[in-house]
Design a protein around this ligand. Structure first.
Ligand SMILES: Nc1ncnc2c1ncn2[C@@H]1O[C@H](COP(=O)(O)OP(=O)(O)OP(=O)(O)O)[C@@H](O)[C@H]1O
Ligand code: SF4
Ligand SMILES: [Mg+2]
Length: 330
């Protein structure tokens, strides 16, 4: 999809987000570095609480105090996000980078009609020149995401739609500005299977047509397998594995990734028995200086009682496990 010489659309280095907890500061995003190339889809997976949403909310400047965000580097389309003021950051948010939140009800403004929400973003970001043009584009977007009788429903309020419809309205709002990067946080969880497929197809189509890049955050590895070029697996605030989607799915390097794959019923095409990962992810708070997956890992040994770094091992893949050998996996 992209040439090897193009710089990535988004490059993030050393992103860390800390929330205070009773037990002490929790690094819910801990030194996370990754990139998204032009036109590609990056799948982000991990259990609930692993830091997927907060990673991207942090990049967009949407984490509120007492949460604290820091990073060594954050570049989007050649612009240094760390050097931008709040106003400039807001201009990028919505226009160049759009996010669809997990919870459509809180993401949409209950006091504004759907028309107002969609047209306001378009006018604010210069994606429509007049109210009429914005309304026409809003109807088109709503039709695209599969809202029946879109023209008649434009002046309804969010609570007048079902959960699934609200999810689609949020996606329409995000796409209305034709962003260069769409961050889709669990875009299909609230939708039934047929609509899930339609929404994913719509996102894939826009990706092809507009060369839009997509970050797809999801619990559903089946969705990732179909859509993503690369995959990033998060556990307890850290990236534990990253690489080309096919390669990772076919031959997981990290025991946690392997555990996720084994516990996914939706990967029925791989025809294997379902084994949930034993134990629970650690609660947010200070972590001991050892592999964070230690207590749940069937391959854990005393040698894992160190801060395990994320290491490259083969074909541009990285993983955070002491058992990796150069040239293994793939
Ligand atoms: N405002 C907050 N204050 C304190 N802790 C928070 C806050 N928001 C999130 N967290 C914690 O940060 C961690 C990461 O949360 P995040 O929402 O990124 O997880 P996630 O991977 O997106 O999970 P899910 O799959 O359930 O959406 C969680 O442990 C969560 O409890
Ligand atoms: S470092 Fe050790 S405990 Fe951690 S994932 Fe690898 S084998 Fe398991
Ligand atoms: Mg989330």
């Amino acid at each position: 999809m992209t040439g090897p010489f193009l710089p990535p659309l988004l490059a993030v280095e050393g992103l860390t987000t800390i929330f205070p907890t009773r037990a002490g500061p929790a690094r819910v995003v801990d030194d996370v570095s990754f990139h998204v190339n032009e036109g590609e889809c990056l799948g982000v997976v991990g259990e609930s609480g692993s830091g997927k949403s907060i990673t991207f909310l942090s990049i967009l400047g949407l984490v509120r105090p007492p949460g604290r965000v820091s990073a060594k580097r954050m570049i989007f389309a050649g612009k240094d996000l760390l050097a931008l003021g709040e106003g400039e950051r807001r201009a990028i948010r919505g226009r160049d980078i759009a996010i669809t939140m997990q919870d459509a009800l809180t993401a949409l403004n209950p006091a504004l009609t759907v028309a107002t929400q969609i047209t306001e973003v378009m006018l604010a970001h210069g994606r429509a020149r007049s109210q009429e043009e914005a309304r026409a584009a809003a109807i088109e977007m709503m039709r695209l995401v599969g809202i029946p009788a879109a023209a008649n429903r434009l002046d309804d309020y969010p609570h007048q739609f079902s959960g699934g419809m609200r999810q689609r309205i949020m996606i329409a709002t995000a796409l209305a500005c034709r962003p260069r990067l769409l961050i889709a946080d669990e875009p299909t969880t609230a939708l039934d299977v047929t609509i899930q497929a339609q929404v994913l197809e719509l996102i894939a189509e826009l990706r092809r047509e507009l060369r839009m890049s997509v970050v797809l955050i999801t619990h559903d590895l089946g969705v990732v397998v179909e859509q993503a070029d690369r995959i990033m697996v998060m556990y307890a605030g850290q990236i534990v594995e990253e690489g080309a989607c096919r390669a990772v799915i076919e031959d997981a390097a990290h025991p946690y990734t392997a555990g996720l794959l084994a516990s996914m019923p939706s990967l029925d095409t791989l025809d294997r028995p379902i084994h949930p990962i034993r134990g629970q992810a650690p609660l947010p708070g200070p972590m001991p200086a050892q592999c964070r997956f230690f207590d749940r890992c069937e391959q854990a040994s005393e040698a894992c009682r160190i801060e395990v770094p994320l290491r490259p091992f083969t074909d541009g893949r990285t993983a955070r496990c002491i058992r990796l050998k150069e040239g293994s996996h793939g």
